[in-house]
Design a protein around this ligand. Structure first.
Ligand code: UDH
Ligand code: NGS
Length: 363
């Protein structure tokens, strides 16, 4: 009887032990479930809050673009940007972002649609006299002078101003447009006009970056930023006339950009290429001889259209060009921005650009 009692007692003391173990495990599981639930709730809460912030940011951007008067989201109309005349200090409180939130990507460029200077001026009321602009609500990352060699290409200039101002504004640059007009009927000299543009723009403002653009080239994507990079930049990398590809690897014609430092390192551009061809190859040789390489946007972003035209008068192919580009290294230190001479005839601050008329002499 006693042994029966003791065995039943030991059985009853074994049962509570396993129950206790079970209870303990049960509570542990409950705790783990509660902790998981808490963790998921906190994660969800943060996710929902971040969604809120993102949509507020998008709403804010869309509002800003609507304020700028452009239904596509591009800033082409009147808005918060101040008319900038190159003087005074606007209330700028932060740097513009590395990538402008105003960019829209691929653009429609159509030369069959008539444009006029009046229309371009009306659509860019934020651009000040002389073609000066800077963003009103942030400090632009670069001060850019856009320089265009020019003679008797008024119809092309209209298109250029009509298309480029909205693009440059969306790129949030602090920029000025300089059209360097060669006076007279002597042979055309593109590179010398570009040197004049560099020198004259610097008399106006403390530009640190120079974009050199033919008047007949229009970018088809506003992500092709008209600014300077760590290396000299070639911007017109896929032109329609070349089937949207580079004609050759060393090609540096059309549109390019250089910082002041990069430009000075190569003594600017040659002054003695009269007539068509070779001056862009000479510039390439100068850069290569100073150990610089060419930076380029992708073929997609670098797409651009050229306005079709006939060969200009007084700009026939230069027969000396091949000989000259074969000797760039020997000539570049003597011939360039340091030896530039010209006669300034007039400087007009027009509605969308500064027109600089010069006598650059003859061959
Ligand atoms: N330019 C002028 N006026 C001229 C010559 C050239 O403004 O009389 C400027 C203009 O900015 C032009 C740039 O210099 O875009 C380069 O001129 P270019 O003649 O070297 O190059 P473009 O591509 O013409 O304009 C090349 C010859 C085209 C022959 C076409 C035959 N169908
Ligand atoms: C090369 C020229 C470049 C010119 C390029 C494209 O042959 O100056 O063609 O010309 N170099 C020489 O002649 C040495 S284009 O088709 O745009 O007229 O930029």
């Amino acid at each position: 009887m006693a042994s029966a009692l003791s065995s039943s007692a030991s059985a009853s003391s074994a049962a509570p032990q396993s129950t206790r173990n079970f209870n303990f495990l049960h509570r542990l599981c409950k705790l783990v479930v509660v902790l998981c639930f808490l963790h998921i709730s906190v994660t969800l809460l943060y996710y929902v809050r971040s969604l809120d912030i993102r949509s507020a940011f998008v709403r804010n951007q869309q509002q800003r673009n609507r304020d700028d008067g452009d239904p596509t989201g591009a800033s082409t109309g009147p808005g918060s940007e101040a008319l900038y005349n190159g003087t005074g200090t606007p209330k700028i409180w932060k740097n513009c972002p590395q990538t402008s939130p105003l960019l829209v990507g691929p653009l429609r460029v159509d030369f069959n649609i008539e444009v006029s200077l009046e229309l371009a001026a009306k659509q860019n009321p934020q651009v000040g006299p002389g073609g000066r602009y800077r963003p009103a609500d942030c400090r632009a990352l670069q001060k850019v002078a856009v320089i265009i060699p020019f003679r008797k290409r008024e119809p092309h200039l209209k298109f250029w101003l009509y298309y480029l101002h909205p693009i440059l504004r969306r790129q949030q640059l602090d920029y000025g447009v300089y059209v360097i007009n060669q006076e007279g009927d002597e042979t055309f000299n593109r590179a010398k006009l570009l040197n004049v543009g560099y020198a004259e723009a610097l008399k106006d403002y403390d530009y640190g970056c120079f974009v050199f653009s033919d008047v007949d080239l229009i970018p088809m994507d506003d992500r092709n930023i008209y600014k300077c990079f760590g290396q000299p930049r070639h911007l017109s990398v896929s032109m329609d006339k070349f089937g949207f590809r580079l004609p050759y690897n060393q090609y540096f014609g059309g549109v390019s950009s250089m910082s002041k430092e990069q430009y000075l390192k190569i003594n600017g551009f040659p002054n003695n290429y009269w007539g068509w061809g070779g001056e862009d190859d000479d510039i390439f040789n100068r850069l290569a001889s100073k150990g610089m390489s060419i930076s380029r946007p992708s073929g997609d972003v670098g797409k651009c259209r050229m306005i079709r035209h006939e060969r200009d008068e007084r700009n026939d192919p230069n027969p000396q060009r091949f000989n000259r580009i074969a000797h760039t290294r020997e000539t570049m230190n003597k011939d360039g921005i340091r030896s530039l001479s010209y006669k300034l005839l007039s400087k007009e601050k027009l509605a969308l650009y500064t027109k600089i008329t010069v006598d650059i002499g003859k061959p």
